[in-house]
Design a protein around this ligand. Structure first.
Ligand SMILES: [Zn+2]
Length: 199
């Protein structure tokens, strides 16, 4: 529709999650009209993030080192793992200060329509972490929507026979929503009142 690089920019922006063709076009023209210094800063951050930021070797959280801040912290309780979909959920749960264990970031949720099965997520890595028996409780804090519930149910079936205490944050979280949108108090309460799925 547009010439050369303008269309390239619209196409690239349109590949980002949640950005439709109209938004892509609006952002492209915003960038065109912006101060070159602002755009240079944006471009630099985009390059630096791929260079410097990686995923924690242990839990899969974003990290600038081999292990993330939570996994490096010697005060964390090594017997509990909280399973979440994305790194942004770690941030949301950390804000509540209710959880003292470590995390495991799956990288999404089971979604057969989009071809995302257990092996596309960091579930094999979770099983490896649980193999030495040091962890006794797993909290399944996937999002309270269809995919998140399906993922929690799948993991509960997998982990309960391993003799682990498996729990899920209590209801009260906005159903169908994203964990990150729950306010701190609600999320904190859901955590302390988590219900046990294993017996
Ligand atoms: Zn970590």
């Amino acid at each position: 529709m547009y010439e050369g690089v303008v269309q390239d920019l619209i196409d690239e922006l349109g590949r980002l999650p949640g950005i439709g063709p109209k938004s892509a076009q609006r952002i492209a023209f915003y960038i065109l009209a912006s101060d070159p210094d602002d755009i240079e800063r944006l471009a630099q951050v985009l390059l630096t993030i791929k260079e410097k930021v990686r995923f924690c070797d242990i839990c899969g959280n974003v990290s600038e080192q081999e292990q993330c801040r939570v996994c490096r912290d010697p005060r964390r309780d090594l017997t509990v793992i909280c399973v979440v979909e994305e790194s942004k959920d770690v941030v949301a749960i950390e804000r509540t200060r209710e959880f003292k264990g470590r995390y495991h970031v799956l990288g999404g949720a089971i979604n057969p329509i989009e071809g995302i099965g257990p092996n596309e997520l960091r579930i094999p890595q979770l099983l490896r972490r649980l193999a030495d028996g040091a962890v006794t409780e797993v909290i399944l804090a996937t999002d309270p929507n269809l995919e998140g519930e399906a993922t929690a149910a799948y993991l509960a079936r997998l982990l309960t026979p391993m003799g682990l205490i498996v729990s899920r944050p209590a209801s009260g979280l906005p159903v169908g929503g994203d964990l990150e949108y729950a306010d701190e108090v609600t999320l904190g309460r859901a955590f302390s009142g988590r219900r046990r799925l294993s017996d």
